[in-house]
Design a protein around this ligand. Structure first.
Ligand code: CA
Ligand code: CA
Length: 160
């Protein structure tokens, strides 16, 4: 996989278009993907749940965080993963449902970019046993020089 920014990555798949404005459902062949992207002047985060089988879903998270390349290099050079991602269930108390493993992280002219992905069965997404499910992605950026920064995507709602 190449390592472009989130917006370019999604544009390349024809998904981005209006994605910065909210949630959409995209049909590509037999697969259905739900994506939500949001951004401010500091970052872009995209969260996608893509049904790939009767009980299988590909979950991915992409994030770009604006900073200098030198800062991104310094964060990546730290011991341990510089970022992590969790799929979160939205409730009165938000639960961390499962970790989305880091696929890659890099530095670039716009800052730090990272991509996460995992394939899960439906029960991993079933965060409300007695109702519809609301999931969002939470990404943490561990800058050991300063503090941990947390980024949240918008929610995706079942059916996924
Ligand atoms: Ca819920
Ligand atoms: Ca449910």
């Amino acid at each position: 996989m190449d390592k472009q920014g989130v917006l370019q990555r999604f544009t390349r798949f024809g998904v981005m278009g209006l994605a910065a404005l909210g949630i959409m459902t995209v049909t590509a062949g037999a697969a259905q993907a739900k994506t939500t992207c949001s951004n401010n002047d500091r970052h872009v985060i995209c969260f996608t749940i893509n049904k790939v089988g009767s009980d299988l879903y590909d979950v991915s998270v992409g994030i770009d965080v604006r900073m200098s390349r030198a800062d991104a290099d310094a964060i990546i050079a730290q011991a341990g993963d510089p970022v992590d991602a969790w799929a979160m269930g939205a409730d009165w108390f938000d639960n961390a449902e499962f970790r989305v493993p880091l696929a890659w992280v890099n530095s670039n002219d716009n800052g730090l970019s990272a991509q996460f992905s995992i394939r899960v069965p439906y029960n991993a997404l079933d965060e409300d046993p007695d109702g519809g499910d609301e999931l969002y992605a939470r990404v943490r950026l561990f800058d050991q020089r300063t503090s941990t920064k947390t980024f949240k995507s918008r929610e995706l709602h079942s059916p996924f």
